[in-house]
Design a protein around this ligand. Sequence first.
Ligand code: ZN
Ligand code: ZN
Length: 169
Amino acid sequence: MDIRGIIINVAPIVSVLAWMLLAYLILLWAASVLWTYRDIHSRSEDVAVQVLAVALALVLPFGGVLLHLILRPRQTLAQKYERLLEEEYLRRHLEDPHVCPTCQRSVEADFILCPHCQTSLRRRCGACGRVIDLAWSVCPYCGDDGTGAFQRPGYRQRVETDHAQVYER
Ligand SMILES: [Zn+2]
Ligand SMILES: [Zn+2]
């Protein structure tokens, strides 16, 4: 068999391989366009930006995706939102956490009245004297519900012994 014969025999195989390679490249290209579409959707709500990114990936196979990787917004929308929440959280904690709800001036954590506008901030428990939240109907420290009668026997005993110890000193 001469060289010409070999070429004639091999040509169909080469042609099939070439077609397979082409199909593979087209598949990769389509996948890259789909990936770009999804990626830009998670990073930008701007329709013009989305169209531009997908068009780049379509018109410039693979190169367009590379360009998109370089030019795309650094953060996804979810990351941006998360960061916004984090910053908001930090900002709140850096600011004085105790602020009068009426005049917005800073107060100490254990104030029962705002010294500036005299708004009630907290109240003193009638039974144990500790400062508690205005919204609480029962004192969490001694169980007093404002009527002076303790509801649970278990509580009664412990509170009374606590009080006895306090008064003994
Ligand atoms: Zn105030
Ligand atoms: Zn109490």
